[in-house]
Design a protein around this ligand. Sequence first.
Ligand code: MG
Length: 203
Amino acid sequence: MKIVCIGRNYIEHANELKNPIPQKPIFFLKPDTALLIRNRPFFFPDFSNDIHYELELVFKVSKNGKNISEKFAPDYYNEIGLGIDFTARDLQQECKEKGLPWEIAKGFDQSAAISEFIPIESLSDPGNISFHLVMNGQTVQHGKSTDMIFGINIIISYVSSFMTLRAGDLIFTGTPAGVGSVKIGDKLQGYLEGKPMIYCDIK
Ligand code: MG
């Protein structure tokens, strides 16, 4: 399976990192070895001095497809969860300045923390999904799916025009504003529609 991640998909987050607002979706991949499951702790890696959290809505692809039109995209997913796109912001900044790929900043082990997945139809309003991240008891990020620049159907259509999507692939849809650094001892908890879905201790 692969993990597709959308970058700069919320206007306020693009602004906070001083990035331009994209005209088309921007995506990158993480390998399956990046997965961090079952609320296991995240161990701060020694190659970075600045790891950021990015809480994101994550959709699970439910069947194989390529060149999927926006209209048919809803047939290709039916479950949603939360993920934390852990990012080595210092390495990413270096990569950006040098025009290099982002893998070392985005694809390292444990960089894709995910919750359990639930049926999208179990949500009260699948067209307007809210989520937020609490760090050490304080809310640090708050997002709404309606604030995404590119919605999930556009993302699926766009990504599948370049690469086949397979059942089980995960799509991280980008993070809202409020990203920040973690340090050892921090406790992160992500909520979907007010319900706790993902928990992560930084060790
Ligand atoms: Mg992200």
